[in-house]
Design a protein around this ligand. Structure first.
Ligand code: CO
Length: 500
């Protein structure tokens, strides 16, 4: 059996190498590739994608996995090898359920849809995007039908982002969360608003960049195993266990984009860099799910980066870098400013208190569309009605409403909920970390992050994809994903800031 396991690992290592080569092409496309390189890059990516699909669904791989199944079941169920066999078998079963012609068609349809979405958003005209989205919804429903065992068609889509997570679970979590979030936002709205005008003024771009680098270096980002570049939309891309890169963007007239974007992506990168070396080139390196990934980025961005102890350490330094802008802004005023709560139309600009409502709106719409209870043509109206109901705002046009996010154009139904789940998991882990490291606030106040990063490495990062998200969260915190810690966190934070 050892020999068969070695054969499996050799094959998986080659698949990983290929996917990481494709990742490098993708990274280059979004950072340094000249525009005229796009067509050739598309061809290269398509060929690599086809070879990967062939390898990932090869009958020899299925045979090896079948032969190894009893061996895997004889091992310690939490061992690397037992998990490798189990997770790979699930990946293989899923990949082989989907016909290759479907994969090809879906890639073509979404490629065109992304172009039409860009145009539709520019012109704020949903009708340009509508026929493409109708086709995508049809294909997503068809995709779900390839998995006849699932209870709800949306489960099949969710599983690609959150392995093991069910539609019912997400609905239950969000139903518990929604009334509490709405109530909190109402309470905040009745209080005098805080001032954040000092964040909106000219800040030298290089000085911003350098400050971000200083912060994430202290977080523990290893420049020997990573690098930072600029891109239109910040992202993190792992090319290898020892090569996880991030990008950021710098707005010359607003400090937050660089500041919190850099910390956010660093959080993703620290996760990727923390996988056990034993998982390298197995396909189990990386993260448990999108939500667990987002819990890491959100933790460094918000629970650390938007906290008072963090700024007690870093604010004097920031004032030194930007004396003319910040010399007369007190630490307390700065802290309140970066935590200002204001219902807004655009998800990516939303504050911590309102963010999850943007997600709930999308989740409800997605489920209804996949169930066939909401027609694509009625999406703008459904969007605007909920936006008014949850946040008290109505978009002036579809670019600020239903067309604002790219996700549906690449077929990413099921993706959005992972953002909100990530917020919940970040707070749930944070409570546990504070129990385990009682001096955490003092350490952050002193600019020390080694114990925090060490805790995350040992409890979360090292496991890579070995465990499903609910399993991992349960193992670490004693319960499955639970909205209560997040509400406790928001309640305490905003009671202090807004005097609730
Ligand atoms: Co993220």
């Amino acid at each position: 059996m050892e020999e068969k396991l070695a054969q499996l690992k050799t094959k998986l290592a080659e698949i990983v190498d290929l996917s990481q080569a494709a990742a490098l092409l993708g990274w280059d496309q979004q950072t340094y590739m000249p525009p005229a390189g796009a067509e050739a890059r598309g061809n290269q990516q398509a060929v690599l994608g086809r070879i990967m699909q062939e390898w990932a669904t090869a009958p020899e791989l299925g045979k090896l996995l079948d032969e190894l199944k009893p061996y895997g079941e004889s091992l310690d169920p939490n061992s690397d090898d037992a998990r490798l066999i189990k997770v790979t078998a699930k990946d293989y079963a899923k990949a082989t359920c989907v016909p290759t012609e479907f994969v090809v068609e879906f890639a073509q349809v979404t490629s065109l849809a992304q172009q039409s979405w860009v145009e539709a958003r520019q012109k704020s005209d949903f009708s340009i995007f509508q026929p493409h989205l109708e086709k995508i919804v049809e294909l997503r429903r068809k995709y779900a039908s390839f998995f006849p065992g699932v209870e709800h068609p949306y489960d099949a889509l969710l599983d690609d982002f959150e392995p093991g997570m069910k539609t019912e679970d997400v609905k239950a979590i969000f139903s518990a969360l929604r009334p509490q979030q709405v109530e909190l936002i109402k309470a905040i709205a009745e209080k005098p608003q805080v001032d954040d005008s000092f964040l909106h003024q000219p800040f030298d771009e290089q000085a911003q960049w350098d400050f971000g680098v200083e912060v994430i270096t202290k977080f523990g980002y290893d420049w020997n195993r990573g690098r930072q570049d600029k891109s239109a939309h910040p992202f993190t891309q792992g090319m290898a266990l020892n090569d996880v890169r991030i990008t950021t963007r710098v707005d010359p007239n607003f400090l937050n984009s660089m500041l919190f974007g850099t910390m956010h992506e660093c959080g993703h990168a620290l996760y990727g860099l923390g996988s056990s070396p034993a998982l390298d080139r197995t396909g189990l390196e990386g993260g448990a799910s999108m939500a667990v990934h987002e819990s890491q980025s959100r933790m460094w961005e918000n629970l650390v980066g938007r906290s008072l102890p963090f700024w007690q350490h870093f604010y004097p330094r920031l004032q030194e870098v930007f004396p003319s802008q910040l010399a007369n802004v007190s630490l307390n005023a700065f802290y309140k400013g970066i935590n200002k709560v204001q219902p807004s139309l655009i998800r990516v600009e939303a504050d911590e208190a309102t963010y999850n409502l943007h997600i709930m709106l999308r989740l409800e719409i997605e489920i209804a569309v996949i169930e066939g209870n909401l027609a694509v043509k009625d999406l703008p109206e459904a969007w605007n009605t909920r936006m008014q109901e949850y946040l008290g705002l109505t978009p002036a046009n579809d670019a600020q409403g239903v067309l604002q996010d790219i996700h549906w154009s690449f077929g990413g139904f099921g993706y959005f909920s992972t953002y909100a789940l990530g917020n919940l998991v970040s707070a749930q882990l944070w409570e546990k970390i504070n129990q385990d490291i009682p001096a955490l606030d003092d350490q952050i106040r002193a600019g020390q992050f080694e114990n925090l990063l060490g805790w995350l490495r040992t409890n979360i990062h090292v496991h890579g994809r070995k465990f499903e998200p609910q399993e991992l969260v349960q193992q670490v915190t004693g319960s499955k994903i639970d909205p209560a810690p997040y509400m406790r966190y928001l309640g305490k934070k905003y009671s202090e800031i807004y005097g609730l």
